[in-house]
Design a protein around this ligand. Structure first.
Ligand code: G6P
Length: 471
C-alpha cells in the first residue's frame, strides 16, 4: 500500500507547482498529468499544496495569498501580476523551457527579460512558502516552472529535505547547452537532495550534463557528488490512480457518453486520440499516419472513424496558433478527400472534455493512438489501458518517444515520424485477434498497476527520506 516504505518523521509533505488544482467536484481534462498525479498523491497524504492561484492582478500591491482547506489538504495560492505571468509563464516556461526540454530548439525563444522574471517569481514563491514551512517538512517541487525554487529556499535558510520532479523530458546535454541560462538552472537542480525524472533516459541525460558542465563526480547511475553534497537522481515514472480511472469508466456519465457515441458509429471501429493541442503531441504527424491508412489500406475505408480530441492549450502563444491552423487545414483535407455522403472518416473536437466522458470514449475505442514526438510520460496512454474491457480490449499504439513506452509492455510501439509505420500499426491494431488483444492488455494493465501513482509517490518519497528504495 501507499504508506509502506515511508517513515513518518512528523514533517508534512509540502508540494509546490505552478498550477494548483483545488478540487471543484468536476475536473477538466486539459489539466495534464501533473495535476492528476499530485492531486492523487496529496489526497492520501495530506499536507500543503502551494502555487499560483490562477488569478492575475495589475499592480503588485493587489497581490493576495489565499489559503483554502479541503479534504485534509491546505492549498496556499498566490496571485501573479499580468507582467510576471507574461514573462515567467507565457515566456520562459512555455516559449523557452517547454520547447527546449521537448528537443525543439527550432521553436525555442530566449529572452533575458523572461529569465529575469522567471527567477524573480521563483524568489517570490520561495519567500511566500518559507513563511509557512516548518524545519521538519519535506518539500517536493514540481516541474520546469519552478526549477530555481529549491535553491531560493536554501538561500532563505531552509535546511530540510528538498526534492524536485521533472514531468517533462530532460534532453541530451548538447540540446540543454543551447539555453543561455543552462548553468544557472543546472546549479538550481543541484540544490535539491533528490532530482526525479520520468525515465532512465532523462535521468542519464541530466547526470551526463552535470558531469560535463558542473563538475559532478558520478558515484552511481542514480547519484553524484558536487560541491560536497550528494544528489540522488531518480527515474520514477508518474502514473494513474487505477481505481479512480475504473470509477470514472463505470460512472453513469461515462456510460451515457459511450452509448451515444456507439450509436453514432453504426458498427464502425473507433480510433481515438486525446491530447492538449500541443506541438509535442505529434497531432499533425498522427493525422498524416491516418491519411496513409486511408490511402494505402483501402479495405478500412468506411469501416473506421478517427476521433481526435484536442483540448485548447496556451492559445495566446504564436506556436500554438500556427499549429492549430496546420491541423485544421489537414483535417479539412482528410475529410474533403475521403468522406462520403454517409461516412465521415475523421471527427475533430477542439474542446476540453471531462475525464469521465473521455473514460467512456476510451472504453469504446478499438485503438488508442498516442503518438507524441516527445513526451515526459503521457497519462492518456495509461488511462486508455485502464478503461478497456479486459474481455474485449482495444489496442494501444504508442510512440517510442513517450516516456510511457519505457514501461508499458504490450503496446504497439511506433516511430511517430514514420507515417507509413503509423498506418501499418493502425492496420495491425484493427485486425488483431481477440486473443492477442487480451494478452497484450493483460501485460499493459500489469505495467500500469506496477507503476501507478501510489508507486510514484512511494518510490519518490522513499528517496526523499534517503531510504534508497529501488523499483
Ligand atoms: C504538462 C506540464 C504541466 C502543465 C500541463 C498543462 O503536463 O508538465 O506542468 O501544467 O502540461 O499545461 P499548462 O500550461 O496549461 O499548465
Amino acid at each position: 500500500d501507499g504508506k509502506s516504505g515511508q517513515k513518518e518523521r512528523g514533517g508534512r509533505l509540502v508540494v509546490a507547482s505552478n498550477r494548483v488544482s483545488v478540487p471543484t467536484g468536476r475536473q477538466a481534462a486539459s489539466a495534464g498529468g501533473l495535476a492528476v498525479g499530485v492531486q492523487a498523491a496529496l489526497r492520501d497524504h495530506g499536507g500543503i499544496w502551494f502555487g499560483w492561484s490562477g488569478e492575475l492582478v495589475t499592480d503588485p500591491a493587489e497581490r493576495q495569498v489565499r489559503t483554502v482547506e479541503k479534504d485534509g489538504i491546505t492549498y496556499v495560492l498566490i496571485d501573479l501580476t499580468r507582467t510576471e505571468h507574461r514573462a515567467y509563464y507565457g515566456g520562459m516556461a512555455n516559449r523557452t523551457l517547454w520547447p527546449l526540454l521537448h528537443y525543439r530548439i527550432d521553436l525555442t525563444t530566449c529572452e533575458h527579460e523572461w529569465y529575469r522574471t522567471y527567477a524573480a517569481v521563483n524568489r517570490l514563491f520561495a519567500e511566500t512558502l518559507m513563511e509557512r514551512l516548518r524545519p521538519e517538512d519535506r518539500v517536493w517541487v514540481q516541474d520546469f516552472h519552478l526549477i530555481p525554487l529549491g535553491r531560493e529556499l536554501r538561500r532563505l535558510g531552509f535546511a530540510g529535505r528538498l526534492g524536485f520532479f521533472l514531468h517533462v523530458p530532460f534532453p541530451p546535454a548538447q540540446i540543454f547547452l543551447t539555453l543561455p541560462w543552462h548553468h544557472e538552472l543546472g546549479q538550481d537542480l543541484c540544490a535539491y537532495d533528490v532530482a526525479g525524472f520520468q525515465t532512465p533516459t532523462d535521468r542519464d541525460h541530466f547526470v551526463d550534463y552535470a558531469r560535463r558542465e558542473l563538475g559532478a563526480e558520478v558515484l552511481a547511475e542514480d547519484r553524484f557528488r558536487r560541491e560536497g553534497r550528494t544528489i540522488e537522481v531518480e527515474a520514477v515514472p508518474i502514473g494513474v490512480d487505477v481505481r479512480e480511472v475504473e470509477r470514472l469508466t463505470q460512472s453513469a456519465e461515462a456510460r451515457r457518453q459511450r452509448d451515444a457515441l456507439q450509436a453514432s458509429l453504426d458498427g464502425r471501429a473507433l480510433i481515438i486520440g486525446v491530447d492538449r493541442l500541443d506541438y509535442s503531441k505529434g497531432i499533425v504527424e498522427r493525422l498524416r499516419g491516418y491519411l496513409s491508412l486511408l490511402a494505402d489500406y483501402p479495405q478500412h475505408r468506411r469501416k473506421v472513424v478517427l476521433m481526435q480530441i484536442s483540448a485548447p492549450s496556451r492559445e495566446d502563444l504564436p506556436e500554438y496558433r500556427d499549429m492549430r491552423r496546420t491541423i485544421e487545414r489537414l483535417v479539412g483535407h482528410i475529410v474533403g478527400r475521403y468522406a462520403e455522403a454517409d461516412w465521415i472518416p475523421l471527427r475533430y473536437l477542439n474542446r476540453t472534455h471531462s475525464r469521465r466522458t473521455l473514460a467512456g470514449f476510451y472504453r469504446l475505442a478499438r485503438v488508442g493512438l498516442v503518438t507524441p514526438l516527445r513526451d515526459g510520460l503521457n497519462l492518456v496512454a495509461e488511462e486508455f489501458v485502464v478503461a478497456q474491457d479486459p474481455n474485449d480490449p482495444g489496442v494501444l499504439v504508442l510512440s517510442r518517444f513517450a516516456g510511457a513506452a519505457a514501461y508499458l509492455d504490450g503496446a504497439l510501439v511506433v516511430n511517430p515520424y514514420d507515417v507509413g509505420a503509423v498506418a501499418e500499426a493502425l492496420d495491425r491494431a484493427l485486425t488483431m485477434t481477440l486473443e492477442e488483444r487480451q494478452e497484450r492488455h493483460r501485460r499493459l494493465l500489469a505495467a500500469v498497476r506496477a507503476n501507478d501513482v501510489a508507486a510514484w509517490r512511494r518510490r519518490y518519497l522513499a528517496a526523499l527520506e534517503g531510504e534508497h528504495e529501488t523499483s
